[in-house]
Design a protein around this ligand. Structure first.
Ligand SMILES: *Cc1c(COP(=O)(O)O)cnc(C)c1O
Length: 499
């Protein structure tokens, strides 16, 4: 059971689960981590027959120990209802020889829905448990998918306002329209002239701005986060690693206790870290395979032990993975360094100052043992979508295609026969233009017009999430630069409907 969370950068900063969720980020810039993760072990036998909701309740119960059983149960029941268009929530499908874990059956058709459907309930409850009366302002930087999923989750939630910053020209047309047409009196969407890293770094700085924090306090407000830096977002993601494993057992594909691999298309390292936590709790995982796009800083790190962001930021057709500073890696290094918060502080300072750090041999050895990594370029991403469609009639989105290709490379290198699950993080419709051109050839047509065509040509069912998207009214038009994000927040706060 996890009773306390501490900052990755200071072991003296220790808080209860509810506080960690409400705060989002520790005020020293570190991320909250479960202090005694090593003690938490799950009996696989006991969970192999549980469904998605039952598994989620069990896992959340271990991590959020100052929530009552009823509080957790209600949050899970409200989150995983008919908002999902598949009653299994996260189905597992066999495509050729591979197993694909479909994480895109929620409201905004990307994997962020899994955690962001429940985070608003967790946050409201956590606030109650902390007896906090302050209003919450959720500040979130998005590489495209978190934004819409968080807006949907938090829209019209009492006492919470949500401000989303996304990189202008750094998201797909469908992603942008999904955000700009967002309804709800408490939602704000701002485009930033910069990339995701610029927006995420500015958000982190705003969090650590002591003067601003005081100013907000006087207004009866405080910040929190819906990014995967919030532990309340990370923990719900552990669930699907367990349920997918249980499905393989139930279908007779593996025996209980058999090791499997997971391949994860990775950006901010949140999804794959949830897999690492599942493994630490006793899930039989052989390798976690980290798949990157041309922004391959994580691939270089896992293969060399050097994290180096002195490199250009590349805009790709898998924009939700266009990230150079992967926040959750800090949590992994905290665990691998044996909770050495002084060490984490030092390397994070080096990253800030020199844009580079190198981990110890001891950490590198652990990376080699538990992880493998690869990356996939733009051409191969498109080629993979085409081949997978031609061979199996299955349509991959651009992010999942990156994972698929990296796994083929892994198999070639190691001829490892371990059963493997590929995490599919988005519906192909979310990246219609790239997927369409991969399968049917280049086109100049507007992305919104291609949605129908992609459905007709491939026979795929169009998800409700994007039906009529191009006819919806655009309701947001704010924009700023990374340096003026703080001012933009103050502008929003000074508006009538807030104060
Ligand atoms: C966010 C996202 C990713 C990356 O996940 P991380 O947890 O940030 O590593 C991959 N694919 C899609 C479609 C996403 O939305």
């Amino acid at each position: 059971m996890i009773n306390f969370y501490e900052s990755t950068r200071d072991a003296n900063k220790s808080v209860k689960p509810s506080e960690a969720i409400v705060m989002g980020l520790s005020d020293d810039g570190g991320l909250f981590v479960p202090r005694n993760m090593e003690d938490l072990k799950i009996n696989l036998e006991s969970m192999k027959d549980l469904d998605y909701k039952q598994t989620a309740k069990m896992i959340l119960g271990y991590f959020f120990t100052d929530f009552s059983e009823t509080q957790i149960s209600q949050a899970v029941d409200k989150a995983y209802d008919e908002k999902f268009d598949n009653e299994e929530i996260v189905p597992l499908v066999k495509v050729g020889h591979e197993y694909v874990m479909e994480l895109f059956h929620g409201k905004t058709i990307a994997f962020k829905d899994i955690a962001l459907s429940i985070l608003p309930y967790l946050m409201k409850t956590a606030e109650k448990n902390c007896a906090s009366k302050d209003g919450i302002i959720i500040l979130t930087a998005t590489s495209g998918d978190t934004g819409k999923a968080a807006l949907e989750g938090f829209k019209d939630v009492d006492g919470i306002r949500i401000i989303i910053f996304y990189p202008k020209d750094g998201v797909s047309k469908v992603q942008e329209l999904q955000m700009l047409t967002q309804e709800g009196d408490n939602t704000y969407v701002v485009s930033v002239e910069g990339n995701f890293d610029d927006a995420q770094s500015a958000v982190k700085e705003i969090f650590n701005d002591e003067t601003l924090r005081q100013q907000l306090k006087e207004m009866g407000l405080k910040f929190s986060s819906a990014n995967s830096i919030n532990i309340g977002r990370l923990v719900p993601q552990i669930t699907y690693y367990f349920t997918s494993y249980a499905k393989l057992v139930k279908q007779g594909e593996i025996t209980l206790g058999e090791m499997i691999n997971f391949v994860v298309p990775t950006g901010n390292f949140g999804n794959i870290l949830a897999g690492y936590l599942a493994k630490s709790m006793g899930l039989p995982v052989n390798k976690l395979i980290c798949a990157a796009n041309e922004n391959n800083v994580l691939h270089d790190f896992i293969s060399t032990g050097v994290y180096d962001i002195n490199r250009p930021f590349i805009k790709t057709i898998s924009p939700s993975m266009d990230i150079l500073i992967s926040s959750n890696l800090e949590r992994l290094l905290y665990f691998m360094s044996g909770h050495n918060t002084a060490y984490i502080s030092t390397i994070m300072q080096a990253l800030k100052e020199n844009k580079r750090y190198q981990v110890t041999d001891q950490i590198k050895a652990q990376l080699d043992k538990g992880f493998w990594s690869g990356y996939c370029n733009e051409q191969d991403t498109l080629q993979t979508i085409k081949e997978t469609y031609d061979c199996y009639g299955y349509v991959l989105d651009t992010h999942t295609a990156v994972a698929w290709k990296v796994y083929q490379d892994y198999k070639k290198e190691f001829s490892d026969a371990t059963k493997t699950v590929i995490l599919s993080t988005a519906s192909p419709f979310k990246f219609t233009k790239s997927v369409y051109s991969a399968i049917l050839g280049d086109t100049d047509e507007d992305e919104t017009l291609l949605i129908d065509k992609l459905a007709t040509e491939t026979g795929l069912l169009m998800p409700d999430a994007i039906k009529g998207l191009s006819q919806k009214s655009v309701l947001h038009d704010r924009s700023c630069r990374p340096e003026t994000m703080k001012q933009e927040i103050l502008n929003i706060l000074s508006e009538d409907r807030i104060c």
